[in-house]
Structure formats: C-alpha cells, structure tokens
Design a protein around this ligand. Structure first.
Ligand code: ADP
Ligand code: ASP
Ligand code: MG
Length: 468
C-alpha cells in the first residue's frame, strides 16, 4: 500500500511540531508500508517562512536594502533554533546547519541582486520563495534518520515537471510520472521515506517554478497521482475541513465527509484549508483524500469521497473571500447587442484576470462579476476600451465597480432539492441588516454565493453558520 502525506507549515513549524510529525510518519509507515511525506516551509502562525522570503524579495525590489538582511537573520534564527532543538551535536546537526545556512546566504545574495537591479522577475520570485520547503525538508529528514527511520530529503524540482508559468505553474503528467517513479520507487523499495518539498517544481529546463500559494497540498495530490497512491492525507492544524473558518467562527465543527465537488467549491471560495487544485488528481484517479490534524491525530478529520451524505437541511459549510470588487456593465441598450457577455469576459481574459462570480439580470440590462479589488481599475480600463462604441452611443451607460466587497459562499450538495434554502439564507442575513448586493447559484446547486459589503463579512458568515 502506498500512502502520500502532506504536512503543512504548522506541522513543521517548530522542533516540537517536527517531532510530532516524525512520530506520525513512523506510525503510519508501520501500517501502510510505503510512505511518502511532503512538507511545507516552516510556519508557526503568524510567521510563515514563505511570507518572509517573498517579503525580502519585494522589499529589495522596492529599493529597500535593509529589510531583506533583517529577514535573513530572522530566517536563520527560526531554522537554527529548530535544528538545535532536534539534531544531536555529534550527529548531523553541523551538516544541516551548514546546508540551511547556505540557503539563507543564497536568499541574501539573490535579494541583493534584486536590490541592485531594481527588478524582480516571477522566475526569481519562485527561486527565492521556494527555499523554505528546501530547508524544512532537510531538517525533518535528518531528524528521522537520527531516530532510526531511514529518510531522504528530495527537492520536488527533481520530480514534478511543469510549464514555465512561474508563480502558478501547471504540471505535465507524463514527464512527472516518469521522473517521480524512477526517483521515488527505488527509495520506497529500500524502506526509505522520501521527504519531498511541497510547493516547488521545475520546468523542462530544470528552472524552479512554484504551484501557487498554498500549493503544497497540490504537490501531495500530484505525487499521489504519479505514484498511484492508495490514499492522500493532508495533515494540518485543525480537525479537517470545518463548517466555517474557525478563526471567524469559533464554534465551527469538523465535517466528517464531503464530496469532491463540495470541497472544491469551498476551496475555490476561500477555505484555505485545501488548495483548490488538490482535488482534481484525486477525483480523476479515485484516490481518497483525508484531512487530519497533526496536533490531534486521533481525530478522524474529514474524508473526501465521490458522494457524501447530505447534511442537515442541506447546508454543510460557509466560507468567504474578502477584498474583491464587483464590476457592473449596465445600459438600457445592451439588450439588442449580441455577444455582450462574450466580449466582456474576453476583455477580462485579455487583461489576464480571472473572474470569481458572475451574475446577470434576465433583462440583460446589466451584467456584473467579481474580481480581486486590486485588478478592478485595469479591468474597467479594458472594458471601456472594448465597449468604446457602445459607450459613445449610450447603449451602455456605465461600467463601474463597487469595492471592497466579499463573496460569502454556502456549500452543500443536499441544497439541491431542499426547498427554501435561499429564503432561509436571506432571512438570516436580513435579521442582521446585511445587504445582499448580488447572488449566484452554481448550476450543480451545490453552492450559493452572495456578494456583501466587505465590512459585513464576519456577521454574514456567523449568521449563515447558525443555519447549519
Ligand atoms: P497548512 O500550513 O497546514 O497548509 P493553512 O493555514 O494553509 O495550513 O490551512 C489551514 C487553515 O485553514 C486553518 O488553520 C484554518 O484557519 C483555515 N481555514 C479556513 N477555512 C477553513 C475551513 N472551512 N475548515 C478548516 N480550516 C479552515
Ligand atoms: N509554503 C507555501 C506557501 O506558504 C506552500 C504551502 O504552504 O502550501 O504558500
Ligand atoms: Mg495550506
């Protein structure tokens, strides 16, 4: 049996967390036989190593020659403290200190180059941003060896081949499968646990790419697919996927089972517990996906399955995304013009932006959609350009944005066929005077999204959570 497990930032966030993670790896290996572990960069909340690395790069690009040097010291402290806490001086401690130190020196050198040039490319950002995983994987593997569990740290640049879309690269399956098989299988055959870096990969030329923020979950699924794993487990710091973000709703509860579709909706609409791309490799290959808590391993967590039982009244969870703009194209003359929607979204796509929600009135007098609020100015510019003639003729009256807004999404496959759900949602929001600006319902009826003023987000989420 092959089990692929991913450990998130907090699961490797300190010497103590790494000890618990090592115990879990040993324990599951006894039960499953072949075990592959994927690690994120160290991340003791609220300080995430990946954030520090990227902050260093951005501050250097903005002409700040000091911040990255301070961050290098902070990175040294975080990693060296973990190494000192875990590794015995007469073992590999010195070696791993030197290896981690080299990454931090490289971080400083690269930031200095960025500072001098005043230029930061997506490619440089991926090299800098991916170093956290390279450091944590080396520490955890050395600790496992120290406690008598053969382990080897592997950079996923050796395994996962992607396109060259730096910052948000897409894996190429065949090349990835071939490389992963040939590098990982021999280790598994020798009873060695591969400790693989999450988040990073490489293009066909071997240049480091990354899979997008939070992408280590996706690494787990990609390697699960490449190795035809029996299951993929995501270890994090909460008891699985919960009815709401526990930081927003303290009485949120763990959900025992969710379907791939439900969890995809949740992840897409802001539930940070899983990267939205994680589900696809698992669903396409029928690989069960579990989310479990490193700090409460006895808890069963959440299992993601093809079809999950319907929850109480159909609503299973609520999630939100903040800091969006709602862009509206409106005008009385729009009704007669063919292809308004196609041209609208064509213009948005040419601007390289993605749209999170679309809502159109049936009279075709307006069409509105949500996008990240830092993108709204440029989207409006593109749309004004696209509809120059219609604006001049007054077929379109105006193109404008309301911001900041948030999307609150209610998820549950059982909402299909349960009458009155939308009514209950609007009643609940109305009771707290939350104004609903727009709504959209997925055709699968697995989710309903409402757009509200950003300041109403917490109240809206809490109110809807009461309905679960
Ligand atoms: P990791 O480093 O383990 O990947 P993340 O911080 O990326 O951890 O994701 C886990 C966090 O996701 C939780 O600590 C929680 O605050 C947040 N979260 C948001 N929405 C949900 C939800 N619906 N269920 C569980 N956790 C959620
Ligand atoms: N360390 C990366 C990030 O912070 C990837 C991950 O944690 O999943 O985005
Ligand atoms: Mg994560």
């Amino acid at each position: 049996m092959t089990l692929v497990m991913k450990f998130g930032g907090t699961s490797v966030g300190s010497a103590q967390a790494m000890r618990e993670t090592a115990v879990l790896i040993q324990h599951t290996k006894k039960q499953w036989g072949q075990t592959v572990a994927i690690v994120s960069a160290m991340g003791s909340k609220p300080v995430k190593v990946t954030d520090l690395l990227l902050q260093g790069a951005f501050s250097a690009a903005n002409g700040d020659g000091e911040t990255y040097q301070e961050l290098a010291e902070q990175l040294r402290q975080i990693h060296f403290e973990a190494i000192d806490g875990l590794l015995a001086p007469d073992g590999e401690r010195q070696q791993i200190l030197v290896e981690n130190g080299r990454f931090i020196d490289r971080f400083s050198d690269l930031c200095q180059a960025v500072y001098v040039l005043g230029e930061l490319s997506p490619r440089a950002l991926d090299i800098i941003g991916g170093m956290g995983e390279q450091m944590s994987a080396r520490i955890l593997a050395a600790y496992l060896r120290q406690i008598g569990a053969p382990a080897e740290a592997i950079d996923a640049t050796e395994l996962i081949v992607t396109d060259s879309n730096f910052q948000n690269a897409t894996p190429q399956f065949n090349a990835t499968k071939q490389k992963t098989e040939s590098r990982i299988r021999p280790l598994l055959a020798q009873d060695v646990v591969p400790i693989v870096t999450g988040f990073i990969a490489a293009n066909a030329d071997g240049i480091t790419t990354t899979l997008g923020r939070g992408g280590s979950d996706y690494t787990g699924a990609i390697l699960g697919e490449a190795l035809a794993a029996d299951e993929v487990w995501i270890w994090t710091d909460v008891d699985g996927v919960m009815t709401a973000d526990p930081r927003l709703v303290p009485n949120a509860k763990s959900i025992p089972q969710l379907s791939y579709r439900e969890v995809s909706e949740l992840a897409f609409y802001g539930a940070k517990v899983l990267h939205p791309k994680t589900m696809r490799p698992c669903v396409e290959n029928n690989i069960p996906l579990r989310i479990k808590n490193t700090f409460n391993p006895e808890h069963p967590g959440t299992v993601i399955v093809p079809d999950a039982p319907n929850g109480n009244g159909g609503i299973k969870a609520v999630t939100a995304i903040n800091n969006l703009g709602l862009i509206t194209v409106e005008g009385k003359g729009m009704m007669g013009i063919p292809g308004i929607a196609a041209r609208t979204f064509g213009a948005v796509a040419r601007d390289n932006q993605s749209v999170l929600l679309i809502s159109q009135a049936s009279s075709e007098q307006s069409i509105c959609f949500a996008a990240p609020d830092q993108a709204t100015d440029s989207i409006i510019g593109s749309l004004e350009n696209e509809f120059k003639v219609e604006l001049a003729r007054k077929d379109i009256d105006r193109i404008w944005a309301q911001e900041p807004v948030s999307i609150v999404t209610i998820v549950g496959a059982g909402m299909r066929g349960t009458p009155g759900i939308a009514g209950r949602i609007f009643m609940a929001l109305g009771e707290q005077s939350v104004n609903v600006i727009a709504i959209a319902q997925g055709s699968s009826e697995c989710s309903i999204s409402v757009v509200v003023d950003d300041v109403d987000t917490a109240v809206a989420v809490a109110q809807i959570h009461e309905l679960i």
